[in-house]
Every structure is written in structure tokens, then in C-alpha cells.
Design a binder for this molecule. Structure first.
Ligand SMILES: Nc1nc2c(ncn2[C@@H]2O[C@H](COP(=O)(O)OP(=O)(O)OP(=O)(O)O)[C@@H](O)[C@H]2O)c(=O)[nH]1
Length: 361
């Protein structure tokens, strides 16, 4: 008898768009489906996996959550993703559905292409690529190209062959989508949402379905069961990098330039206990602004509190909440992962974040 392929949904989208929030919501409403999660993060603190393990869904236990923190999934497909997937498929109890959360900096294309590997192709299919968009960030011009500035830079530097790394990645993630979720619409009015819709539509030549969401609330019936078999259509969803590569190849100038994430950098910072979290946040905001920190997240040790405080910053928008008690097996400490553009003054970022923490300690 022909074995039915297990559907896999790829959830992608730029840093902080709301991927983990959507997945957490979906797990609570998956209607009894047994879900296996593969979570990839940039920066090795494993915050997303920890947040999802904390949600305690019966249909997705800790064993069903696999973390890949060894770089972006698109660069480690052969070494990390494929072996992980094969191991998952060897389990006695197979999942009904596999959900893969890419890092916010990952290109979905190489990941989808991996579903055409012989050992995987016969057993799993990509049900759909869901690209989550931070509508508030789009409205604030986070992904907008300053065309004049880029043209001027290109005139100065012949080697500059692409747009800003953030904008390019944003478009690559949209290009690969079967479904685009315009998330965080609670932060915009109707005119703002319409403008975001128009901008996102203009950024992709394909026209995938688009829905609006707030707080990551997307019905699991919409999210799972798209039935796209995306791996069969990968040639229509090429990234900027793949197109550049092809153009160079055709002109005989292709010297094997590989995609990497040189433009972005992350580090993990350990700080002492933070007595006054709201004071810390007030001090952190100008630091984020000064250094254009793209994403900061982690856990804060607040003395006297039995629970650990989760901190989530996307640009200068900062959320905090207590998620669970510290366990006796773990060390109480403040640990933050900080992600920014490569050209930042690393020592000065570290110093300023540390200073924001130490002044409240
Ligand atoms: N206001 C608002 N905040 C949201 C919404 N969805 C998510 N957030 C918040 O945005 C922050 C980032 O959400 P995550 O779900 O962690 O985003 P992510 O895409 O998984 O982030 P990375 O994995 O770091 O790329 C968190 O503080 C969320 O609570 C939304 O619809 N509205």
C-alpha cells in the first residue's frame, strides 16, 4: 500500500514577526492532531523552543519539539535539517503534521528544496510555506528601500550587488509563501493595514493568499492543510541570491559565491539580577535605538520573584511576562540574545546593554 506523505508546514518571516506566537496559538487549537515541531533560531539561547515547551500542549510534548540552534536552517540543511527530519521519520509514533519554524533570518528556499531529497520526498511533503509579516514594522518603513541612497552606494561601490540585506530577505520570504499572514494588525488602523497590504503585494510577483491577524491568532484549519506541495513549485520562487547566482553563471562570472548571513550578527549576554525590570526597559529603549538592535530576547532574573521574566524586544517595542518558575536544576541569571546588523560597533553595544542592566541591579 502506498504510504501517505506526512504534511509539513514551514513558518517563516523576519525577526520578531510573530512566528512563535502563531505556533503557540496553533498548538492550543490543533484539534487533536499530533504535531512535531522543528524550531530554528539565530543566536544560541533557544528562547522559542523554551517558550513553546512552556505551553504544555498535549498534542505536542517536549519530546516532539526539536531545536536546531546551530545557525540558520537554510545554511545547515544538509548537516542539521535533513538528519533531524530522517530521525523524526524513524520514530515509532509518527506525527500527523510537522511544523518547522525557521529563524527570522533564514531563506525558506533551501529548506523547501530539501524536501526533494530522495529519502524525504517519498515520505513528507510541504503542505505550505506561511510567511508571517510584522505589519507594524512594514508600516514604520522597516523594509522600505531608500532607492536614492542605494543607487548612490552602488555608484560608489561596484561590488554592491544587492539591496539592503533586510529588504532582500523580506522579499525572499514573501516570494516563497503559499500564505502570507499580516500579523500585528492590532497596532494599526484600517488605512495603515491597507497600506501594508499594498506594499506587501507589491513585493512579490506571485500572488499567494493573504490574511490579517492579531496576536498570532490564525485558525489552525487555515494554517494547516493548505495542500500546496510547495517542493514541486520551488523553481517559481527563487530568492534574490539564486537569481543573482544564475545571472552570474550565465555570464561566466560565477565564482561559487555562497549565501551566508554575514550581514547579521548575534551574541548572548549574561547579566546579573535586575531589580527593577521596568527601569531596565526604559534604559534599554535608547540603547536599541542607538545601535539599531533588530531583536533582543531572553530571560530576566528578578530578585525575590519565583518566576522568570521573559523579555521580547522587536525594535523598541518591548514585551515582558513571567512564564514559569525557575527550576532547581537551572541557574537563576539574566540571559539575553541580541541580534543586529554586522556593521555595528560590537563592543559598544555590549557595553551599553550591560550598563542598562547594571544601573538597575
Ligand atoms: N502587538 C502585537 N504583538 C505581537 C503580535 N504577535 C506577536 N507579538 C509580539 O511580538 C514579539 C515577537 O513575537 P514572536 O512570536 O516571538 O516572534 P518570532 O517571529 O517568533 O521571533 P523570532 O523567532 O525572534 O524571529 C513578542 O513580544 C510577541 O508577544 C501581535 O499580533 N500584536
Amino acid at each position: 500500500m502506498l504510504q501517505q506523505k506526512i504534511p509539513a508546514t514551514v513558518i517563516t518571516g523576519f525577526l520578531g514577526a510573530g512566528k512563535t506566537t502563531i505556533i503557540r496559538n496553533m498548538l492550543m487549537n490543533a484539534g487533536g492532531k499530533k504535531i512535531a515541531l522543528i524550531i530554528n533560531e539565530f543566536g544560541d539561547l533557544g528562547v522559542d523552543g523554551d517558550v513553546l515547551k512552556g505551553c504544555g500542549a498535549d498534542n505536542c510534548t517536549e519530546d516532539d519539539i526539536i531545536e536546531l540552534t546551530n545557525g540558520c536552517i537554510c545554511c545547515t540543511v544538509a548537516d542539521d535539517f535533513v538528519p533531524t527530519m530522517l530521525k523524526l521519520l524513524e520514530r515509532d509514533v509518527k506525527p500527523d503534521h510537522i511544523v518547522i519554524e525557521t529563524s527570522g533570518l533564514a531563506l525558506p528556499q533551501p529548506l523547501v528544496a530539501a524536501f526533494n531529497w530522495p529519502d524525504i520526498r517519498t515520505r513528507v511533503t510541504v503542505d505550505g510555506v506561511v510567511t508571517v509579516v510584522d505589519s507594524a514594522a512594514v508600516a514604520a518603513g522597516r523594509f522600505a528601500d531608500d532607492h536614492d541612497a542605494v543607487a548612490a552606494e552602488r555608484a560608489e561601490d561596484d561590488n554592491l550587488d544587492h539591496e539592503s540585506p533586510i529588504e532582500e530577505l523580506f522579499e525572499d520570504q514573501l516570494t516563497c509563501a503559499d500564505l502570507i499572514v499580516l500579523n500585528k494588525t492590532d497596532l494599526l488602523d484600517a488605512a495603515g493595514i491597507a497600506a501594508v497590504r499594498a506594499e506587501v503585494t507589491g513585493r512579490t510577483s506571485r500572488k499567494p493568499s493573504m490574511i490579517e491577524a492579531k496576536n498570532g491568532e490564525v485558525p489552525s484549519l487555515v494554517l494547516l492543510g493548505i495542500g500546496a506541495s510547495t517542493e514541486d513549485d520551488i523553481d517559481n520562487r527563487k530568492s534574490h541570491h539564486e537569481l543573482e547566482h544564475e545571472a552570474l553563471h550565465a555570464s561566466g562570472e560565477d565564482h561559487g559565491h555562497h549565501h551566508d548571513h554575514d550581514e547579521f550578527e548575534s551574541f548572548v549576554l549574561k547579566l546579573g539580577a535586575i531589580k527593577d525590570a521596568s527601569d531596565f526597559i526604559d534604559r534599554l529603549k535608547p540603547v536599541i535605538e542607538k545601535h539599531d538592535i533588530l531583536r533582543l530576547k531572553g530571560f530576566i532574573d528578578v530578585p525575590g520573584k519565583p518566576m522568570r521574566l521573559v523579555i521580547q524586544a522587536v525594535g523598541t517595542r518591548i514585551d515582558t511576562y513571567f512564564d514559569r518558575p525557575w527550576t532547581s536544576a537551572e541557574k537563576r541569571e539574566t540571559r539575553l540574545v541580541v541580534i543586529g546588523l554586522h556593521e555595528w560597533d560590537f563592543a559598544s553595544v555590549v557595553e551599553d546593554v550591560q550598563a542598562a542592566g547594571s544601573e538597575t541591579a
